[in-house]
Design a protein around this ligand. Sequence first.
Ligand code: HEM
Length: 472
Amino acid sequence: MLLFSLLDWLDFKSIFLFIFVFLLVVDFQKRRNPPNFPPGPWGLPFVGNVDAGFNHRVMNKFGNIFSVHWGRDKVVVVSGYKLAKEALVTQGDCFLDRNISPLFDKVFKGNGLSTSNGYKWRRQRHFSINHLKNFGEGKRTLELHIQLESNFLCQAFQQEEGTRPFNPQHIINNAVANVIGSLVYGKRFDYDAADFQNLLQRMQQTLLLAGTQQAQLYDALPWLFQYLSGPHEIIYSNYGMLTSFLKRQIEKHKRDWDPFNHRDFIDAYIGEIDKKKNDAEAGFNIENLVICTLDLFEAGTETMTTTLRWLLLYMMKYPEIQGRCLQQTAKYIFHQNRLSVLRSILPLNVPRLCNKDTYVGGYFIPQGTTLLVNLSSVLHDWTMWETPHRFNPQHFLDENGCFRKREAFYPFSVGRRMCLGEQLARMELFLFFTALLQRFSISPVPGQEVSFDTQGNVILGPKPFHICVKDR
Ligand code: HEM
């Protein structure tokens, strides 16, 4: 009896061992790189180089081009101005598509602006850029919205004025969300509206969780991790809330839609659904409208909040630069609306997928490879900047104090898939920043060092901090 059970057990053990070895061999075969593929560090079986510590900061030590494995994907990472430009501009057409991770694919399903590809992406992007232009530069209404919102922002700072330190994050977040909200669904929310605050906090939480090691593991082995608990559950519940909020806005717009008066993005998009009803491939439908609005809302809120928070930190750290900004109505930092803060808040671009065999930096990149560009490394490239690791507004000024354009200014990325909201972002940063600076002097909490410690992997923000403001 005992012998039989032992044999049974041995059998089970050997079958298990056989399957494990077999899977290891398959995994090894799958990971074998073609000749002249960029070299890279060895990763663990099945999950590859998934590691929360493996972010843009440690990437530099592997050289300007290297490869890693992230679960199912072979990923090539390029750094430095020369290679980033080659990949994003010269070879840009080979890397036009996005590689959407399983975690996000479940929500976006090939829709939206940052997560669609091919003809659908081209039509959606073209429509959105036109819309931003008409509401922004053309009609000037967007500028008015921003100015109106900057009054609310200053009022909120005013309430905190004096010696009481406060964390400006949620006020700024609400202000920038209101700008994108006025553009997308034509509405702003007060800074003490609890439901809206909750929504914004969930959006922040989602981006922080998306950069964690557990989220990377989900992407490496989605078939396993979808049955286990982890951050993906919170991420999906947050997206559920966000999309319900946007669906409610869309429903309201549908009810009182007027073909002769398009107040915002949703109105214009509903009109486009009708115009494009014979072109299903272009993807103009309500499902896609939800995802496009989600995309604009997400892409245009946390990025802006984080940049403005960095600006406040730099102003506190360098009071003499704050003084010079004020004298020159902030043109010292923002000449011709150009953001000259040497920080890449999105250290890596949104992953691209190679759509045909090509070469970058002499290395072979086969179709199907994922490309990541280390944008942060371009902003810290020794060959392009005089003092790449110092906050130095002189980088953008010539010897006569006039603005000079810099080739390696890549925070919005470059090429056909670069940031769609760059013009809006520049206008908004300029107007918010100058409004705050003209009204208040900004200083650190007495006795506290200004810290540039960061948090987040997807968006690189400062850790929460407090400021003191005083009426000028
Ligand atoms: C300081 C502010 C911002 C920064 C630094 C920034 C940066 C970026 C970067 C690096 C990308 C990825 C480009 C690539 O893959 O090569 C991107 C994409 C995108 N951004 Fe921004 N962004 C900012 C503000 C905004 C705003 C305000 C909007 C909304 C209007 C926006 C909408 C988008 C969209 C929709 C995409 C996806 C574009 C596509 O895939 O075709 N961004 N942004």
